[in-house]
Design a protein around this ligand. Structure first.
Ligand code: GLU
Length: 471
């Protein structure tokens, strides 16, 4: 089957050594979008052969992060540790075919070879002592050395691929060592497992971070030796922090799931991550459906992307405004509860409608809602002294009397009352609005006073006003 007609199958292949970080999430997103755009299959493979660094918690963190972003694989997760028999079988086949060989050089000997190469100004490498060649006599097998297995890499020629992101890339095969594909205890090495998996899983397009560019010629050569069809490769540049350095904890949260805790929407995260290294004209805000529709690897950027927390906040704020209020309420309610408020005690959708234009995250919103359903802390003595002077108390007295007499209790009626009072008392808005805020909410700053009074409800407002006036 030619590359043009090959079914599209992409994969995300994280090593479970920590949380799902932003760079990994973006790689997953691009692989996922590629598969979705072409109606293909997205495979999840957990590369857990590094037993010292892989943990079940990290696997869970990756699965959680992908679930949060809604990047569900069509196949997998497959675990490399469960495929050991297959790797051993391929190694045995390669030994039988002569594309791999046993090497009995000890680590100390290999180090000495490298040292020697360095001394004569050559690239440090294994010198091929145990590499079988026509007419060559191999040394006698030492009795007490467990051999490694090395791949018999082509000695000359060039390995080239047309990278989906970076364009044509070439490596001289003379630069490549005869890679160890199995350790003395028979366990396969990293690059080898990747190759067998990409082959068996019929991966058509490998999209991954550009820290893997140097692995690609080795992997291509092994795939060729196996007679496998090559995938197309696309290497995505890394994400830099706002200061141009490699993105790290110094720049804030780097675990994708942490952004859930901080109150970001998965929809916004997908939108923001998609734009880190990919573009569709000048479009900054789009849905995931549009992203899939528009995704074209030709528009993946060759240069590193820069993390911009302000832009993420902007995208998230936009996302908050796009959601239906009932959906938004469902997402904010548990956060209010965690902050000690009682979301069920208020008309949450109405409160969110008031607050969402001024909020950047779900946490901001939850915090804002506490004004209406959190524990009420009356203004402290200092704030009272600053705001509630005799004139202010007079105004509040009058406001309270008139408010008690209102028939209706809604924003328009309350705004009407405030306006009428400004007129009769001949004062400007802050003279009334600030004392009202302090009396009724304990704070100087709130959203528009009419809306706040309406949402707090008649009983609460009148009771707090009376309390304040009683001193
Ligand atoms: N497991 C590798 C990593 O987490 C990715 C390997 C690949 O995509 O080929 O960096």
């Amino acid at each position: 089957m030619t590359a043009a007609t090959r079914p599209v199958r992409t994969r995300f292949a994280p090593s479970p050594t920590g949380y799902l970080h932003l760079g990994g999430a973006r790689t997953a997103l691009f692989s996922w979008a590629f598969a979705r755009h072409y109606g293909g299959t997205f495979v999840l493979r957990i590369e857990d052969t590094d037993l010292e660094r892989s943990t079940p918690e990290a696997v869970q963190a990756i699965l959680d992060g992908m679930r949060w972003l809604d990047l569900q694989p069509d196949e997998g997760p497959f675990y490399q540790m469960q495929r050991m028999d297959r790797y051993r079988q391929v190694i045995a086949d390669m030994l039988a075919q002569g594309t791999a060989y046993h090497c009995y050089s000890t680590p100390a000997e290999v180090e000495a070879m490298r040292e020697h190469a360095r001394a004569i100004g050559a690239k440090p490498r294994y010198d091929g002592t145990w590499r079988p060649e026509a007419g060559k006599t191999l040394p006698p097998i030492p009795p007490d050395v467990s051999p490694v297995v090395r791949f018999r890499c082509p000695l000359d020629g060039v390995t080239t691929w047309d990278d989906l992101v970076k364009g044509p890339i070439s490596f001289d095969n003379s630069e490549l060592d005869d890679l160890v594909i199995a350790r003395p205890d028979g366990t396969p090495t990293y690059n080898f497992c990747v190759v067998v998996d990409d082959w068996d899983m019929e991966i058509s397009h490998v999209i991954r971070g550009d820290d893997h560019v140097n692995n690609t010629p080795r992997q291509i050569n092994i795939l060729r030796a196996l007679g496998a069809e090559l995938p197309r490769y696309g290497h995505v540049p890394m994400i830099l922090g706002p200061d141009g350095e490699k993105l790290s904890k110094r720049h804030g949260a780097v675990s994708v799931i942490e952004y859930d805790r901080l109150g970001y929407l998965p929809e916004a995260m997908v939108n923001y991550l998609a734009r880190l290294g990919w573009s569709h004209g000048n479009d900054e805000l789009f849905t995931r459906q549009q992203f899939v529709e528009w995704f074209d690897p030709k528009h993946l950027s060759r240069s590193a992307a820069q993390w911009d927390p302000k832009k993420l906040n902007w995208v998230n704020a936009h996302g908050l405004r796009q959601l239906d209020l009932d959906d938004l309420a469902r997402r904010v309610a548990p956060r209010i509860l965690r902050l000690g408020g009682q979301p069920e005690a208020i008309d949450l959708e109405a409160v969110l409608a008031l607050l969402r234009d001024r909020s950047e995250t779900l946490e901001d919103l939850a915090d804002g809602c506490l004004l209406f359903c959190g524990p009420y802390t009356p203004a402290d003595a200092e704030l009272r002294a600053e705001v509630l002077d005799a004139a202010a108390l007079d105004l509040l007295q009058d406001f309270s009397a008139q408010a008690h007499a209102l028939d209706a209790w809604d924003e328009a009626t309350l705004d009407g009352l405030v306006k009428a009072m400004l007129k009769t008392h001949g004062v400007k808005m802050p003279k009334l609005a600030i004392p009202l805020r302090v009396a009724v909410t304990g704070r100087k700053h709130t959203p528009s006073i009419g809306a706040v009074l309406a949402l707090l409800g008649r009983d609460v407002v009148l009771q707090r006003l009376d309390m304040t006036l009683a001193g």
